[in-house]
Design a protein around this ligand. Structure first.
Ligand code: PEP
Length: 256
């Protein structure tokens, strides 16, 4: 059975200016201290990546990630950012297919899959997000949606690619709503995603790929959620904007 190191990522969404990042990043570093029990990632908006990258420095325990990228290498795509541009700022991760991208920007599984493959080629690790809406859950479609998003967004990855892929299960009804999936509800879906990975890529891949939970994760629910057998970390939105609450989630979530 593969040992999966927990990965806890903060998705700042469209929050924090570059100037604000200049104080928030050192605050997180100071409160976290030397820490190797989990991998920690922060994902500021594009405009704060340079500042965050400089504040983290080259040997930081905290990795840098972006929240999206365009699939083309370069060219006439006004307003877009390429994988190479992210690598140039020392990003190691990129969140892809977040439900807000799917909902407001029409991103499909096929597009998420294309972006993920481009990211992997550029040495960026995709955090591929999947998750059902409340209507889908209440309509008995949770399994169908999560399985088809997982298969569609992660199609055609090579054995080597899978070493660098993280999946985030984020039930849309739990994002920014204060409604968290119960540990049992989250575990059930994580086990389903792992089973799906087994079907599409084999048991060894299913055993090693890390699956984060996201949706109103807070310091007081992190430990119980992250102690579920198939939950390998958290993707944290709102609570990652404050150094104390983000670090409390990291520390509580890493406790056995
Ligand atoms: C997210 O947007 O990825 C998220 C999980 O948000 P929140 O923690 O605020 O629910």
């Amino acid at each position: 059975m593969a040992i999966r190191k927990k990965i806890i990522a903060g998705n700042w969404k469209m929050n924090k200016t570059s100037t604000e990042a200049k104080t928030l990043v050192p605050e997180i570093q100071e409160k976290l201290g030397k820490f190797d029990q989990a991998e920690v990632v922060i994902c500021p908006p594009f405009t704060a990546l340079q500042t965050a990258s400089e504040a983290l420095g080259t040997h930081s325990d905290i990795a840098l990630g972006a929240q999206n990228m365009h699939q083309a290498a370069s060219g006439a795509y006004t307003g877009e950012i390429s994988a190479a541009m992210l690598r140039d700022l020392f990003c190691r991760y990129v969140i892809l297919g977040h439900s807000e991208r799917r909902q407001y920007f029409g991103e499909t599984d096929a597009l998420v899959n294309e972006k993920a493959k481009v990211a992997l080629k550029a040495n960026l690790r995709p955090i591929v997000c999947v998750g059902e809406t409340l209507a889908e859950r209440e309509g008995g479609k949770m399994e169908e949606v999560v399985v088809s998003q997982t298969k569609g967004s992660c199609a055609g990855f090579s054995e080597e690619d899978w070493n660098n892929v993280v999946i985030a299960y984020e039930p849309v009804w739990a994002i920014g709503t204060g409604k968290t999936a119960t540990p049992a509800q989250a575990q059930e879906v994580h086990a389903l995603i792992r089973k799906t990975l087994g079907e599409i890529a084999g048991k060894a891949v299913a055993d090693k790929v890390r699956i984060q939970y996201g949706g109103s994760v807070k310091a007081d629910n992190a430990k119980e959620l992250l102690n579920q057998p198939d939950i390998d970390g958290a993707l944290v939105g709102g609570a990652s904007l404050d150094a104390a609450s983000f670090v409390a989630i990291i520390k509580n979530g890493s406790e056995k």
